[in-house]
Design a protein around this ligand. Structure first.
Ligand code: ZN
Length: 467
């Protein structure tokens, strides 16, 4: 009898990990990193609760690290099977894992400096570039809608999830002798309807078991059109004030959404700024990957963007200037007005954005737009909370700039879209809610019960169910 064990993203958002067993084979669905505070991240150093060498295959829904970030560790600890994911996810995964390995190495070096001085035992990095390279070699890019046998009697098929480029809903069919075929559908991270660039999530009808994400299970997002109107008004005001606009942004997903929206304003003759600087090597690389897969954009946006040239984001926003090298980045410091500067880190804890703070934050005519959530303890959060003096790159800066938080850019489906997606199943599947803080998942479960009459469950860590 086939079984599924919940090893991660249980009553929390990150660390996605589920073990499927059938016909004596083991398949891992997701190998995500736990993200958050230092204590949460220590979890990543634990031994896997299964033997990596015994796995036949791994399936990854999309390239975000909370779904894929422990793959190099899995390989370092003995996994040598195949990793199945979509072609665009494979490209993005390369970018993200290499960046993550570099960060691991640098962080450990930093941590070990004080450990050495304090006479404490030194740490090894969670993994290094060589582990990442080994993991990437095991990737088997697999197109959407391409049923593929990945272990004995275990077949996977990816469907569009509309969350980031390449993101997939994972459908797994389990064939066992003497049993009827059982179907497991894992939503991965689901995008909302009408997300920029991407196609809408696919609706599936048949499943025996559904694992659904519940990151925003407790609410709906703000209307996208309102957010865009607000963004445009801020850009207009910034232009009149004569300063620059700074936008701290995540490299993959959020940045490309912004380029799409800015292009929309530009094409309509509404964007007054003379240059949009994309000042992040990782975001530049991610944008190239988006452009390479522009045939996977929604039909509507493909047609729209094609009107301006070859159908890539670069043609769509011709005033985009990608600044790859540190010299090119530093040259932006001379620009004191009329530019939009998009840079990482998304929560302002380092990266090139803090250098732009140094040159702009103290100016009254500068505007800073936060297009996403700023976690506790980050520089971004302190700014959003209204601190008037901030210390970055060894300098104290007066915060005179005008700050704006825009709430409508989430890449996740809100409550109504999640329930709308679930509603399409006609086979009365068992439903488990994963990838959500417990309280939010509970609120979603109550709404599902009320609207669909389905009793959705929250799994326990390590719980094993038969399929
Ligand atoms: Zn994600």
């Amino acid at each position: 009898m086939a079984s599924l064990t919940f090893h991660g993203a249980v009553r929390q958002v990150t660390g996605s990990c589920y073990l499927l067993e059938a016909n004596g084979d083991q398949v891992l669905i997701e190998c995500g990193m736990t993200q958050g505070g230092k204590r949460d991240e220590l979890h990543n150093r634990n031994r896997f609760p299964f033997d990596p060498a015994a796995l036949s295959a791994v399936v990854i829904s999309h390239a975000h690290l909370d779904h894929s970030g422990l793959l190099p560790k899995l390989v370092a600890e003995g996994f040598s099977g195949s990793i199945y994911l979509t072609p665009a996810s494979t490209d993005l995964l390369g970018l993200m894992l290499k960046d993550a390995a570099g960060l691991q190495e640098r962080d450990t070096e930093w941590e070990n400096r004080w450990r050495q001085r304090a006479g404490k035992p030194l740490l090894e990095p969670l993994y290094v570039q060589a582990d990442t390279d080994a993991a990437l070699e095991l990737c088997k890019p697999t197109d959407y809608q391409q049923p593929t046998m990945i272990a004995r009697g275990i077949e996977v098929c990816f469907h569009e999830a509309g969350h980031i480029l390449g993101s997939a809903i994972v459908e797994i069919s389990v064939h066992e002798e003497g049993e009827r075929t059982r179907r497991l559908v894992f939503s991965g991270d689901l995008g909302g309807l009408d997300a920029p660039l991407l196609r809408d999530p696919a609706f599936l009808e048949q499943a025996d078991l559904v694992l659904m994400e519940s990151t925003y299970g407790d609410r709906d997002h703000r209307n996208k059109q309102e957010t865009l109107t607000e963004l445009q008004a801020i850009l207009e005001r910034a232009w009149k004030d004569g300063g620059n606009v700074l936008i701290p942004s995540f490299a993959v997903g959020r940045t490309q959404d912004l380029l799409y929206y800015l292009g929309k304003f530009y094409q309509a003759g509404l964007l007054k700024q003379h240059t949009v600087f994309l000042d992040s090597p990782m975001a530049i690389a991610a944008t190239r990957i988006y452009d390479r897969y522009h045939h996977q954009f929604s039909e509507e946006d493909q047609a729209l963007i094609k009107g301006s040239g070859k159908g890539t984001l670069r043609d769509w926003l011709p005033i985009l200037k990608c600044t790859q090298t540190p010299d090119e980045s530093m040259a932006i410091n001379k620009v004191t007005s009329g530019a939009i500067i998009i840079a990482g880190a998304g929560m302002c804890n380092g990266g090139r954005i803090v250098h732009h703070f140094k040159h702009n934050l103290w100016r009254k005519n500068c505007h800073v737009i936060f297009p996403g959530f700023q976690a506790k303890g980050t520089v971004g959060r302190r700014l959003v909370d209204g601190e008037k003096q901030i210390r970055v790159v060894h300098q104290s800066l007066a915060v005179n700039a005008q700050l704006h938080t825009l709430g409508g850019f989430s890449a996740h489906a809100g409550q109504s879209d999640l329930i709308g997606w679930l509603k399409h199943f006609t086979s009365a599947p068992e439903v488990y809610l994963v990838h959500g803080e417990e309280e939010k998942s509970q609120i979603l479960a109550a709404a599902i019960k009320e609207q669909l009459g389905i009793q959705a469950r929250l799994p326990e860590q390590g719980q094993k169910i038969t399929l």
